[in-house]
Design a protein around this ligand. Structure first.
Ligand SMILES: NC(=O)c1ccc[n+]([C@@H]2O[C@H](COP(=O)([O-])OP(=O)(O)OC[C@H]3O[C@@H](n4cnc5c(N)ncnc54)[C@H](OP(=O)(O)O)[C@@H]3O)[C@@H](O)[C@H]2O)c1
Length: 239
């Protein structure tokens, strides 16, 4: 098992990319701390991992609340004695609309979930990783965090900022043997889109498992290699 003895905290673990990443890392021997708001989904995940002989723990957490994030990271450390991997997968699109139709609250929800949540989690975990002199933070960014796309401006803005956060933290943490990878994902077949695209279109998208495989790869790099940014796209689409 490639991650035996490692401890991974995963936000957004109740569905989509976070869920599949939790399952895959646990299958490779990682002890997983699964965070999101929906307790029932997290408990289902923990049951599935346990059923496969893995170890996981659910800590219901709203990533927009920095106090809850501190509690999450502190609990993970107190229970397992180390934190090797943080995957920031919590995110929302919220709505698809022209810019002028986003209210203050719409904008805040998108930015606070995709950007602030990742910042809060990284800020809380960094002291532990620095002390260990090892660690990896994986941010699930987006292709629209590199190229602005119409009708999704708050999400695009949050993901651009997430990319900047990742670059800055990466430069800062490298001397401590702690690395940051931002994944720039094209469209993934998950429940995130409010428009609920039809089945035929969905089949052309990446799967959450595809992205989980990429996260696992970043967690198992040879010691001579680091990956700051990783674009992932569906084979036949530029979306
Ligand atoms: N799907 C795509 O096409 C696509 C493309 C590029 C990037 N991404 C990114 O991939 C990541 C995962 O999204 P997904 O596609 O897997 O969508 P998803 O299935 O909807 O998963 C989103 C996750 O975020 C969690 N979440 C939302 N708000 C939260 C909050 N305030 N606190 C804690 N957790 C919260 C949700 O859990 P709860 O509701 O239980 O809290 C859920 O587990 C996101 O960062 C997204 O921006 C997705």
């Amino acid at each position: 098992m490639k991650l035996h003895g490692r401890v991974a905290v995963i936000t957004g673990a109740s569905s989509g990319v976070g869920y599949e990443t939790a399952r895959l890392l646990a299958r490779e021997g990682a002890q997983v701390v699964a965070a999101a708001r929906r307790r029932d989904k997290l408990e289902w995940l923990v049951g599935e991992i346990a059923g496969e002989g893995g170890k996981a723990l659910a800590i219901p957490t709203d990533v927009t609340d920095s106090a809850q994030i501190y509690r999450l990271i502190e609990s993970a450390y107190n229970l397992f004695g180390r934190i090797d991997i943080l995957v920031n997968s919590a995110g929302v699109v919220h709505k698809i609309a022209p810019t002028e139709q986003f209210s203050d609250s719409d904008f805040r929800t998108v930015v606070e979930t995709n950007l602030n949540g990742s910042f809060y989690a990284a800020r809380a975990v960094i002291p532990y990783m620095k002390r260990q002199r090892s660690g990896l933070i994986v941010n699930i960014g987006s292709r629209v965090g590199k190229i602005g796309v119409a009708n999704i401006a708050p999400f695009s803005a949050a993901k651009f900022a997430l990319a900047g956060l990742g670059q800055a933290m990466g430069a800062e943490l490298r001397p401590y043997n702690v690395y940051v990878t931002t994944i720039f994902a094209g469209m993934i077949n998950t429940d995130i889109y409010p428009l609920n695209p039809n089945e035929e279109f969905r089949r052309q998208l990446m799967t959450a498992h595809d992205v989980a495989e990429a996260v696992l790869w970043t967690c198992t790099l040879p010691p001579s290699l680091r990956v700051d940014e990783l674009p992932l796209m569906p084979r036949q689409l530029d979306l």
